[in-house]
Design a protein around this ligand. Sequence first.
Ligand code: NDP
Ligand code: MG
Length: 383
Amino acid sequence: MTRSLTVLGATGSVGASTLDLVRRNPDAWRVEALTAHSNVADLAALAKEFGAKIAVIADDTRLGELREALAGSDVEAAAGRAALCEAAARPADIVMAAIVGCAGLGPVMAAIEQGRTVALANKEALVSAGEVMTAAVEKHGATLLPVDSEHNAIFQCLQGGKLDEVRSITLTASGGPLRLVEDLEAVTPEQAIAHPNWDMGAKISVDSATMFNKGLELIEAHHLFPVGLDRIRIVVHPQSVIHSMVEYRDGSTLAQLGPSDMRVPIASCLAYPARMDTPMAPLDLAVIGELSFFQPDETRFPATKLARQAAEAGGAAPATLNAANEVAVAAFLAGQIKFSRIAALVEDTLNAGNLPPAPRSLDDVLVLDEAARKAATARMETA
Ligand code: NDP
Ligand code: MG
């Protein structure tokens, strides 16, 4: 049976991995809508290749360009933030949420409000909205399938299990490209982006280097699998073979293993609850040889500590942490601040005091996100 699919963030790394699986299974999927931020050429090419009904470019100054690129095809063109949310709300069996940053929150919520099945890669959206999103999922009977490899691993290890029988959840972290680099002051964007195991977009690659990725994932796990923050642990596992683990009350620990290729967790969401073929080579543990594990170094990489504190504080803190981190990462990538300033800027923004009250609606989260961005930018400029 053919199922329909919308991909938000189709031109990115997760978008490309998703569409690669669709390309390999042309009879299984029909593409409803594809979106991008500013990459008109790739968006139009993908929309034509997959026969999408609509292609949406978030940057509304590019609508003319998109129309031109789609001329002669049956693909409808649209632009702007409202069009993005409308695309996300269109009927589809599954909506892949693969926009980067809190910019993806509006579209994710639009899909949730239609009760859709959302394959969620866009962790910043869940970190910022937290209970606002999980409450909307409940209210509208939507389904969240975690794409993030760790959360997908936990989701798989929880099949047939119950949360109240879980003793702990362990998120594995590769430790990123800078784990063994001594001088973090001198790190360049190129070094930070060069991830040893995963090929990903620039923002998450920097997050991986600072360990904010794991911090965001801790908050993500806290919302997806509410076992209590004190039961969610982080262990550094440089080989990225075990993607995460669930320990049950009887002492059994289940782990999910696989190659470091996002097509594995994406396939598990696309086919859920069934399984589908992927082009992955079999996992050969004898070739891998050794799996190693370390405690995270929260002195050199304070991000996981900051994220845990923000999650414990709740309210406006997680959205503030996320927004400040987005501002800091963009500034680092633009050569405006040093690598070591990223965590400091997040910490300063969180500790500036007077955080607004806990958000209760999507609009509250968006206002909070905007205010935290302004506060982080102001701190950066006066530093
Ligand atoms: P990329 O940077 O590769 O792609 C981001 C996508 O979002 C692109 O299609 C981009 O469009 C679009 N986009 C960017 N900004 C906006 C905006 N303001 N409004 C609308 N669309 C926008 O990111 P990744 O694919 O690496 O990551 C996507 C999400 O998945 C992130 O939240 C990340 O944390 C998460 N994730 C990614 C993993 C990975 O392996 N890459 C693994 C686990 C989670 P354009 O191309 O036009 O800029
Ligand atoms: Mg991950």
